[in-house]
Design a binder for this molecule. Structure first.
Ligand code: HEM
Length: 270
């Protein structure tokens, strides 16, 4: 039987006995801050080892962006932050709001505005924030349209965007009724009646929104549930899909960059 040659085992590196000094250890002291920083890193490492989330984070955040990317590309993120602000302020308003059509709804809003600490501020942020979100979503849609970002391969993201636009408008419409004052009541009756004039589905839609033939207590609780549960849930899921596609496909270069490139190509061909 042939004998195998003897192989020398590679030297095992000596364990690192002295860890590098911490910045504040140089004078012999370990501060509470050092412990806190180290504990934070250990926790993050511990979670990352078990989830590999840092890989997903890198995939999401470290991307190449096309030449010519400009401030108009921030409109999508601005819309998202407007939505997050609405979600946070909405949670605080929901702590006090009562969807009671016999005066309780109006009274709970009056209480938030006049008595609760920072209540008027939070309510104001939510109220103005809804208009801000509607304006931003339209501007973002305009940007993606004018930059041709709806074309192949981003058609699906455009369609998801259209659903997000409709859902944003549903949020604004259903939220308007919640104070249940005269303006909210009559404006929503007009809105529901306009929906009723739609072809084929219109009458069913307005019946669904009213919760029957009459506008009253059922309508208010239905609007509240749509406003704070159904539509935000859908929006969160669709923003997730929207951002997944943005990360996967990347963003579109501005049209003038494309024109420059195709002119270059034509010149190169000629
Ligand atoms: C809640 C509403 C929405 C949020 C939070 C949102 C968020 C975003 C973000 C953060 C981006 C990447 C950055 C940017 O290009 O601005 C993006 C891209 C995009 N969005 Fe939206 N969006 C929303 C609604 C819409 C609407 C209404 C449309 C169109 C109907 C739309 C179509 C697109 C398209 C096509 C892209 C890809 C842009 C590109 O490739 O350059 N989005 N969106």
């Amino acid at each position: 039987m042939p004998r195998l040659p003897k192989v020398k085992a590679p030297p095992v590196p000596a364990p690192l006995r002295t860890p590098p000094p911490r910045p504040s250890e140089e004078n012999g002291k370990v501060t509470a801050g050092d412990h806190a920083v180290e504990a934070g890193i250990t926790v993050v490492d511990w979670i990352d080892e078990r989830t590999s989330l840092s890989g997903a984070g890198r995939w999401l955040l470290f991307r190449k962006v096309p030449k010519g990317t400009n401030w108009f590309y921030t409109l999508g993120s601005a819309t998202m932050f407007a939505f997050l602000s609405q979600a946070v302020t909405g949670v605080f308003l929901a702590m006090y709001y009562r969807p009671d059509a016999s005066g309780g709804a109006y009274e709970s809003i009056r209480h938030v505005t006049n008595d609760v600490f920072l209540g008027q501020f939070v309510r104001g942020m939510h109220k103005w924030g809804s208009s801000v979100m509607v304006v931003l979503v339209f501007l973002h849609m305009g940007r993606t349209f004018l930059f041709g970002a709806y074309k192949y391969p981003r058609e699906l993201n455009w369609v998801i965007g259209v659903v997000l636009l409709v859902l944003t408008l549903v949020m604004a419409f259903t939220g308007y009724l919640l104070p249940f004052d005269q303006r909210a009541y009559w404006a929503t009756i007009v809105g529901v009646n306009i929906n009723g004039t739609g072809p084929l589905l219109g009458p069913y839609l307005s019946d669904f929104l009213r919760g029957g033939g009459e506008f009253g207590a059922t309508t208010l609780s239905r609007f509240y549930s749509i406003h704070m549960l159904l539509v935000p849930g859908l929006i969160i899921a669709l923003i997730g899909a929207h951002l997944y596609l943005v990360t996967k496909l990347g963003t579109t270069a501005p049209p003038w960059e494309k024109a420059e490139n195709s002119a270059d190509l034509r010149e190169a061909k000629a």
